[in-house]
Design a protein around this ligand. Sequence first.
Ligand code: PLP
Length: 389
Amino acid sequence: MNSATRPAILNGLPVRPKGPPDWPRPDPLVQTVFERLVKTGDWGRYHGPHGTELCQQLAHYHSLEQVLLCSSGTAAMELVLRGLNISPGDEVILAGYDFKANFQNVLCVQAIPVLIDLSPTTWQLDPTRIDPAISAKTRAIIVSHLHGGVVAMPHILQIAKAHGIAVIEDACQNPGAMIHGRRSGTWGDVGILSFGGSKLLTAGRGGAVLTNRADVAERIKRYVQRGNDAYPLSEMQSAILVPQLGQLDAFNQRRSQSVQDLCRQLSDFPGLTVLQPPTGDVQPAYYKVGLQYRSECWAGLTRDGFAASLRAEGIAIDPGFRGLHLIHASRRFRPADSLQEATQADAGMLTLHHPVLLEGTSAIAEIVTAIHKIHAHAAEIAATAPTCD
Ligand SMILES: Cc1ncc(COP(=O)(O)O)c(C=O)c1O
């Protein structure tokens, strides 16, 4: 058989022999900043103009008053919970399928995570699950936009207002997305961003807290200040983020076009569906592209076996998060419902990593070719399952 039509996992030729594109990409603007940092010595200073400039630019970009920089998105979430005065025994609602550190941070302030299910159509937090989950102890809800999806923020705000609970919006996976005319991360009482090494805005590590609430910002500033900033973002990190923020909208648009292309080409494909893209007045942003996988349409090839097969073709794709209720002891949280969809997402979510989306139509065509190749050989790959799980 022609080795180009044989999957790489079965010793055929990979569709993308060079593998996934590097991230971060070489960027002349970032290079110029590094040269300037070396010249001025700002790369090694505690204090300078770069942190202040980044705060101003982020505040302007998000039309917000307060931006606090910190060492990671995970640290940002902890600081937000402390800034909102979440205390031992309080309850914080979040989706049963979410970034693990969000759950851990709730525990870190000795509060109780209350897990609610996802919407079956979007696999994002389901706002209709919030009301029944609220108790006298509920203080806040964490809303994460995941894998290119967007949660209906107007609906969330309406419920939160009616119950007097705070909204924490996790925009780590979709910085710059527009939701009904407002940036992701600016809907809640507080929002968070991540500048981790794989993220759309990257400084290797880093994060930010976004808010208009002066009381929350003040509490966070007091918490991190111990004669020194205990959760710092360095001047060097701040400086290299500024030019990236200037390019974010254009890059988000290119990534979105690639996802639309992918959706179109997979629309009739059985057993693999791009998470329903947000509709209406929403411009999404893609750090990952979420896909729903159904192994019954793939001759029993497991989700993890499929991901391994695509990786062998040179495409960066991985299983999604684990369901939080499936990886933590039941005494650690309160499940507010059956978490049926979160369980489905645990087993069936795939996440395509974003760098390939900037390569345009030819790269999307390669992904689709690889998917077809694997589908045609699914039974044969499944038979070799122990090597690809
Ligand atoms: C949804 C979400 N929230 C928070 C974070 C935490 O960001 P960091 O890696 O900067 O701690 C991540 C990181 O991937 C994330 O995906």
